[in-house]
Design a binder for this molecule. Structure first.
Ligand code: NDP
Length: 302
């Protein structure tokens, strides 16, 4: 298959590109910058969708960019980098004379309201309740294809938890302090910590790119929670990472410090969390390589 990946130069995109190429597929990235194997967002808008059987959007300003202070301009970039790129791709798919058979958006679990007790599956109803859930609502709405195109193009939304891997995401920022014995629980530590290993997320995306089983595909998007089936808390994650690294984890970081450092609207992704069940992902027959924290963290650390 020929696969087009918006934001494919990033952490998840590099893993996905490697996996697709290993499986013999052709990958073209859409990027802000020109280069070999890439087109730019401007070229997508001016020249239309290049021939492809599948399209994915992974583009977005990093939510945990340590170099950016939490302010209105950063929030605006978080929204526009996701919504404008997603709209550009869905518009190009809709305008194409031969649209791809699959269109996959990777969004996030921030749509589910943080709770110590509630459990969320892909079928859970939700309405926006804060900044990040509003972002997910607008982002996923931007991906919707017109009805006539949805008759031939399967629409899939994957909602990952924290993506764990050596080369990016949360682990990249956490490994050094944990190595130095400065790691500890965040906030109360009791909050759920939905997570997935980056290679499992890449496999779920590849699974979603397969041609639709039903003809015509369902006109509304299929949603898959991109999380590991193990339900862990921040405390369990912290202790397991310390154990795998053989380092103490006795320095908790209080919630108010996280709020001051990150801004409270963003710190919620670490100080609060949701119990997210990958019900439909499991029902689809997907087999995780890293279903539990021990196997995932050992692969990352070793
Ligand atoms: P990255 O932070 O690695 O960014 C992906 C790509 O987005 C970059 O390589 C870049 O591509 C493009 N990008 C960055 N900033 C902008 C901008 N301001 N405007 C347009 N494009 C931009 O993301 P990940 O690979 O970690 O994540 C992929 C997707 O999954 C994102 O949408 C993210 O929100 C979502 N997600 C990630 C999680 C995680 O833990 N990593 C958790 C949950 C969801 P280029 O420079 O080529 O233009």
């Amino acid at each position: 298959m020929r696969i087009l990946i918006g934001g494919g130069s990033g952490f998840v995109g590099r893993e996905l590109t490697r996996l697709l190429r290993d499986k013999g597929h052709e990958v073209t990235l859409i990027s802000r910058l020109p280069g070999p194997g890439k087109i730019t967002w401007g070229e997508l808008e001016s020249q239309g969708l290049p021939p492809c059987e599948g399209a994915v959007n992974l583009a977005g300003e990093n939510l945990m960019n340590p170099l950016r202070w939490w302010n209105e301009s950063y929030k605006k970039d978080l929204f526009s980098s996701r919504i404008d790129t997603t709209k550009a791709l869905s518009r190009a798919i809709a305008a194409s004379s031969s649209p791809p058979h699959s269109w996959v958006l990777v969004s996030g679990v921030a749509c589910y309201k943080p709770s110590l007790t509630a459990q969320y599956t892909e079928d859970s109803e939700w309405t926006p309740f804060d900044l990040l859930s509003r972002l997910v609502k607008e982002w996923e709405a931007a991906a919707l294809l017109p009805e006539n195109v949805a008759k031939t193009t399967k629409q899939v939304i994957i909602r990952p938890g924290a993506v764990l891997g050596r080369d990016g995401g949360a682990m990249k920022q956490m490994l050094l302090p944990f190595w130095l014995g400065l790691g500890g629980t965040l906030g109360s530590g009791r909050q759920p910590f939905p997570w997935i290993h980056v290679s499992d997320l890449a496999e779920i995306i590849v699974h979603a790119l397969e041609p639709p089983a039903d003809t015509p595909p369902s006109s509304s998007p299929q949603v898959f929670n991109g999380v590991a089936p193990a339900l862990n808390t921040n405390y369990e994650f912290t202790k397991e990472l310390g154990r795998v690294l053989r380092r103490p984890t006795i320095l908790p970081v209080p919630g108010f410090v996280m709020n001051a450092l990150l801004g409270s609207e963003r710190a919620v992704v670490l100080t609060e969390g949701q119990k997210v069940i990958p019900k439909r992902t499991l029902e689809s027959g997907f087999q995780y390589n890293y279903p539990d924290l021990t196997s995932a963290l050992k692969e990352i650390v070793n």
